[in-house]
Write a protein that binds this ligand. Structure first.
Ligand code: SAM
Length: 185
């Protein structure tokens, strides 16, 4: 796939290829985000819903908003993510149709590098997170738009979120950042 380009919906099937489970288990990846059962989770760039069922299972008493730029991706995702606690939304991650301070966890897997200005996504996430809400970013070097941890850290810390932990090796990690408890007026 072209570097910095939006992953084409015509190749959605490759993202849910069973072989991917061997190298990037959705259940293990989601577990690393320590989602609580009543959390409201925003999945940005959900694509065909590879991670969404595991997120919905973790937040089974909460709600999952699975958002993607391409409606065709959401159509592909629909049969995989039809649970009562999941909503699918077509929108851009850098201009979220979501009220401020309403999201407990923002989950972003292999998406950031596709945005023209990834920092805008991070700014929007900072706006919609509740105090102590977390941004969990999943990156893998298998993706041509891979963002190294150091670059991610600088981008996210710039908006005032602090890294709380990271799991996995530098070439395939889950990094979680927290919004401070008190927010400047
Ligand atoms: C490589 S796919 C990853 C999909 C899914 N997160 C996964 O890991 O299987 C990247 C996804 O991000 C979406 N995307 C790219 N730019 C976006 C934007 N500005 N807003 C929302 N989604 C976007 C694409 O449509 C695509 O579905």
């Amino acid at each position: 796939m072209g570097k910095g380009k939006v992953f084409p919906a015509s190749s959605a099937r490759s993202l849910v290829n069973p072989m991917r489970r061997l190298v990037q288990s959705p259940r293990r990846t989601v577990k690393a985000c320590t989602i609580r059962q009543s959390d409201v989770v925003l999945e940005l760039g959900c694509g065909p819903g590879y991670f969404t069922p595991s997120i919905a299972e973790a937040a089974w008493r909460g709600h999952v908003v699975a958002l993607d730029l391409q409606p065709e991706m959401l159509e592909f995702a629909l049969p995989r993510v039809h649970g009562p606690n999941v909503s699918l939304v077509a929108a851009s991650a850098d201009q979220l149709p979501i009220r401020s301070s309403t999201i407990d966890i923002a989950f972003v897997a292999t998406v950031l590098g596709e945005l023209p200005v990834p920092a805008r996504l991070v700014e929007e996430v900072e706006r919609v997170l509740v105090p102590h809400g977390r941004l969990c970013v999943v990156e893998t070097r298998r993706d041509s738009d891979f963002i190294p941890l150091g670059r991610l850290e600088s981008m996210v810390e710039e908006v005032g979120l602090a890294m709380v932990y990271r799991q996995g090796p530098p070439w395939q990690y889950v990094a979680c950042f927290e919004r401070p408890g008190t927010v400047d007026p």
